[in-house]
Design a protein around this ligand. Structure first.
Ligand code: NDP
Length: 331
């Protein structure tokens, strides 16, 4: 099997030199095992944290060992009584073309219900992150003004549309004109900011939200968080989902310099990790399926072809290459 491993830990933004494609022997499945051929591999910003040494909420990747992450593939050989040849499965052994399993942590997915890769995106961890952040953390109320950073990304694009479907006013920020167009035309957000073309994000946000922001869905941290705190209404909520602007930093971030606003404005700021909310998965799937059926949620995929493209797809997350969910497809 071909796998991609980490050869060195990135110092700042990862480069292709940090990764290596190697071939490893994979014996046929034994009793109680099955073999999967990956078709779709997910690349996600949290993987950057696992490339660092030291404690985080997931153990660091080991140098010289295959990387891991969400993937969907098809069972190609089986000696397992629950998984048969031809089944589509969702697992966590991405960054490789074939893997073997005894079934722990692997779930079957129905490719008739949705495309297989949707289980890595809108119907998977990505969609559920958006849903948990708004429903469980923000406890979203209709009529709220919601500001979303990395708004055209995998999580952000779903956040914008769930908020719209709940009769909220949505302001989205992104860093490319094609993303801005998509947010307006497809996600139907009310206002957009191209933060790369704005030298005063706080002012730009204030102009678009003259009555203030009730919920900030934070994917980015740094200056976006500072701008949101400045424009937040009293008793508003900052949903701390991610801080991608800091993931490659070698020094502590400068912004937000106005954290004291959480006191003066009595802001609730809460971080969350989606996997703590797995007991809500059925409710999420019910809600999300209904939103998709009614046409209230659409999504994009940025796809690279071939396992060897996985490092490039991953690195591209930090330059904003992707619109929607970033995926690698293996023929
Ligand atoms: P995205 O699809 O949103 O991809 C990342 C995007 O972030 C890029 O396309 C880029 O878009 C934006 N970005 C990159 N660098 C910067 C920067 N320096 N400043 C501002 N924007 C930047 O990824 P995901 O949807 O998978 O993840 C979004 C966030 O959610 C991440 O922070 C991630 O860690 C977090 N997350 C948290 C989970 C949880 O359980 N808490 C679960 C899943 C994700 P642009 O063009 O707009 O700059």
């Amino acid at each position: 099997a071909r796998t991609i491993q980490l050869t060195s830990r990135p110092d700042e933004v990862p480069t292709e030199a940090n990764f290596e494609l190697v071939t490893r022997e994979l014996s046929p499945p034994g009793d109680g095992e099955f073999m999967v051929k990956n078709e779709w591999i997910s690349v996600d910003p949290y993987m950057r944290g696992r490339m660092k040494e030291g404690d985080s909420y997931v153990a660091p990747f080991e140098l010289g060992e295959p990387l891991e992450g969400g993937c969907v593939g098809q069972v190609v050989a089986s000696r397992h009584d629950r998984f048969a040849e031809g089944d589509y499965v969702l697992g966590n052994l991405g960054w490789r073309d074939y893997w073997k399993s005894s079934g722990a942590g692997v779930v079957k997915v129905d490719p008739q219900l949705a495309s297989p890769q949707a289980y890595l995106g809108v119907l998977g961890m990505t969609g559920m992150t958006a849903w948990v952040g708004l429903k469980r953390i923000a406890k979203l109320k209709p009529g709220s003004t919601v500001f979303v950073s990395a708004a055209s990304g995998a999580v952000g694009s779903i956040v914008c549309q769930i908020a719209k479907a709940n009769d909220c006013r949505v302001i989205g920020s992104a860093g490319k004109s094609e993303k801005i167009d998509w947010l307006r035309e497809q996600a139907k957000v009310d206002e957009v900011i191209n933060y790369k073309e704005t030298n005063d994000l706080t002012k730009a946000l204030g102009e678009l939200a003259p009555e203030g922001i009730d919920v900030y869905f934070d994917n980015v941290g740094g200056e976006h968080l500072e701008a949101a705190l400045e424009q937040m209404n009293d008793f508003g909520c900052c949903v701390e989902c991610g801080m991608i602007s800091t993931y490659n930093a070698t020094k502590p971030p400068v912004a937000p310099r106005n954290l004291f606003k959480i006191i003066t404005k009595r802001i609730r700021m809460q971080g969350f990790i989606v996997r703590d909310h797995m007991s809500d998965q059925d409710e999420f799937l019910k809600d999300m399926s209904a939103l998709i059926k009614s046409g209230n949620v659409v999504w994009e995929e940025s796809v690279r072809e071939g396992l060897e493209e996985t490092p490039k797809a991953f690195i591209g997350l930090f330059s904003g290459e992707n619109l929607g969910k970033s995926l690698v497809h293996i023929q």
